[in-house]
Design a protein around this ligand. Structure first.
Ligand code: ARG
Length: 296
């Protein structure tokens, strides 16, 4: 080979090396519960996987959303998780199955509870277009057994006060990762609460009352598709519910969460349909029914 040919080959080699190096760096910087770590079972006992029964023949493959157990048979989630966007209607409780107490969504062990849904509640003002009032509740038929002390499942409390901006929170779920598919293992990430005014400058009129932002303004860490409905936790209490975002983990575009504080009363007042039905029944009617039963 001539001297010129040698130079040419060397140049080509350098170029190739440069391209490989750039690609590797690019891969590393791709947003990744994006940029999460594997969740600890003892810190995520309240996390549930909400699934579509007809897609869950292969246990785990029906996962659509996360949720948080907030009472032995009450799961807080997002209203959009209960809504069938193609059919433009809410799903039936019988379409869901809820799985509690497993880190790997494909695994079912001693501590795992698999529960049908007996009824559900959502804010009737929820709009799939604006994501206004994206809050919903599922009532489980087989919730947490009485007596407590369950090894892998425990309810979590709602936060009692507004969380100020800049507080580090945890968000967890089986949602999309940097590899763009759902995660098999429950992942968790730290994200910070962002001032409403700051987020309003980002999402403009898209940010409605009852919504709050959390993430990292430099990007890289976020919740993503499939994490919806899951809780945002600060100091061991639920402060938010994963709702939406523009892409995932993009710089300057944080995740948007349902502000639990804003909806606290609504959330706490919901109880399973049977008991709310009784509550709404005029007391005179209840007394009459009791008297009738006694006469029989
Ligand atoms: N809507 C998504 C879901 O249904 C959640 C998106 C959250 N996005 C974000 N950038 N934090 O799972």
């Amino acid at each position: 080979m001539t001297r010129r040919g040698d130079d040419y080959a060397l140049c080509l080699l350098w170029l190739l090396l440069l391209v490989v190096a750039c690609e590797a760096q690019d891969l590393e910087q791709k947003p990744r519960i994006i940029n999460g770590s594997i969740a600890r079972a003892d810190e995520t006992k309240h996390l549930v996987s909400i699934r579509l029964k007809r897609h869950d023949n292969n246990f785990g493959s029906g996962h659509i959303c996360g949720g948080a157990l907030i009472a032995p048979n009450k799961v807080l989630t997002a209203a959009h998780c209960l809504y069938n966007n193609q059919r433009k209607r809410y799903r039936q409780p019988s379409e869901f199955v809820v799985v509690l107490g497993t880190l790997n969504r494909f695994e079912r062990h001693n501590g795992t509870i698999v529960s049908p849904v007996s009824s559900m509640a959502y804010m009737h003002t929820f709009s799939p277009d604006s994501m206004r009032d994206d809050v919903g509740i599922l009532f489980l038929r087989t919730g947490l057994p009485d007596g407590g002390g369950h090894l892998s499942v425990a309810p979590i409390q709602l936060a009692g006060q507004v969380t100020p901006p800049g507080r580090v929170c945890q968000v967890a779920g089986w949602g999309r990762t940097e590899r763009s598919s759902l995660s098999n293992i429950l992942l968790t990430a730290n994200v910070s609460t962002i001032r409403h005014q700051t987020c309003r400058m980002i999402y403009k009129t898209g940010l409605l009352p009852g919504m709050m932002c959390a993430g990292r303004l430099q990007g890289g860490t976020d919740s993503c598709q499939g994490d919806s409905g899951g809780p945002l936790v600060h100091e061991g209490r639920v402060v938010g519910v994963v709702s939406w975002g523009y892409g995932c983990a993009e710089p300057g575009l944080p995740g948007v969460y349902v502000d639990v504080q804003y909806y606290r009363q609504w959330i706490e007042e919901r109880s399973s349909s049977a008991s709310s039905y009784l509550r709404r029944m005029p007391s005179a009617l209840v007394i009459a029914m009791i008297m009738m039963c006694r006469c029989l």
